[in-house]
Design a protein. Structure first.
Length: 127
């Protein structure tokens, strides 16, 4: 099954990097991008992505705040907070809002592992 994934990061270079890894893993998946929380919420409403990757450090609302907002709107949507800020508090807060935590730089294996779990979650909630 093809999925739509939303990549949220204020850095165009970071979005391009994630997109490159994603395209290598799942070239048939649709990708949409946002540079901030407001854009991400608008895209979540209009484009209905299946999976979301969120940068932690963004101007305005951070990735954890956005993850909580998305979780309230879409309780079963797989979310991952992606950050180079690898502190126990950030990881714990990610898990509290129901998001996985992936460290930057994002590796193909780390993204693949998250996406495998996300696919299983989506299939389980579809039945």
């Amino acid at each position: 099954m093809d999925y739509k994934i939303l990549i949220v990061d204020d850095s165009k270079l970071a979005r391009m990097s994630v997109a490159k890894v994603l395209n290598a893993l799942h070239p048939d998946w649709t990708r949409v991008e946002a540079s901030n929380a407001d854009e991400a919420l608008a895209l979540a409403a209009s484009d209905r992505p299946d999976i979301v990757l969120l940068d932690f450090n963004m101007p305005g609302r951070d990735g954890l705040t956005l993850a909580a907002e998305l979780r309230a709107l879409h309780p079963n949507m797989p979310l991952a907070v992606v950050s180079a800020n690898i502190q126990e508090e950030i990881i714990a807060r990610s898990h509290e809002v129901g998001a996985a935590f992936l460290s930057k730089p994002l590796t193909a294996q780390g993204l693949a592992d998250f996406l495998t779990g996300a696919q299983a979650r989506l299939k389980a909630t579809a039945t």
